[in-house]
Design a protein around this ligand. Structure first.
Ligand code: GRF
Length: 207
């Protein structure tokens, strides 16, 4: 049976759109059954509606501590029998309780080559640092910040005359290409975590 996927997004949702499009054109071997947001104005919620995917917004300010908010989200994920949580521009840190509950079942995309340029401004930070190469990382989420086992990475050159906006565009194009692949590998049970390393199994090696 295909995996049931929840996508968490706080903003524009271009990665959500890439996943939806990939699923239409090639198949993720799973189904996006829920889009969740902490921001009622997130464009990602409109994308979900347009594609007839259940969308839920919960206002964090209506809950005391982050643990309480996350507990509510866990209930929702359990109701929906979610197998995989895909963070796609979700701007809140997940509580330890959440990460533990969904251990090895949460993935994130980061717009830099981890462990460089962690945090919310990966693209700008690499650009301003003067790095010559940056890229995109898809990784499992653990209890640290952008520190979980790496699934896929792709590098990109930073050309000396390009603007940060141009670099952003290049990075997003890579994101939209590699995130669906990582999700598909997960859905095919091809990701094997061994400590900090993630092996991508060949289809013939599974089972
Ligand atoms: C992406 O750059 C992703 O790497 C980062 O947040 C951004 C989300 O963009 N985690 P979008 O909302 O998917 O367009």
């Amino acid at each position: 049976m295909g995996k049931r996927i929840a996508v968490f997004a706080s903003g524009f949702g271009s990665n959500l759109q890439a996943l939806i499009d990939y699923n239409k054109n090639h198949s993720l071997k799973g189904e996006i059954v829920l889009v969740f947001s902490n921001n009622k104005d997130a464009h990602a919620l409109n994308r979900a509606k347009k594609n007839k995917i259940k969308s839920v917004f919960l206002d964090p300010s209506a809950y005391g501590k982050r643990e309480q908010y996350d507990k509510k989200i866990i209930e929702l994920l359990e109701e929906e029998k979610i197998d995989l949580v895909v963070l796609a521009g979700y701007m809140l840190l997940l509580s330890q309780g959440f990460v533990r509950k969904f251990k090895n079942r949460i993935i994130n995309i980061h717009p830099a080559l981890l462990p460089s340029f962690k945090g919310t401004h990966g693209i700008k930070d690499a650009y301003e640092y003067g790095a010559k190469v940056t890229g995109v990382t898809v990784h499992f989420v653990d209890e640290g910040l952008d520190s979980g086992p790496i699934i896929l990475q792709q590098a990109v050159d930073i050309d000396q005359d390009e603007s940060v906006e141009e670099l952003e565009e290049k990075i997003h194009r890579i994101e939209h290409k590699i995130y669906p692949l990582a999700v598909k590998y997960f859905c095919e049970d091809r990701l094997k975590i061994e400590g900090k390393k993630v092996k991508i199994l060949n289809k013939n090696d599974i089972g």
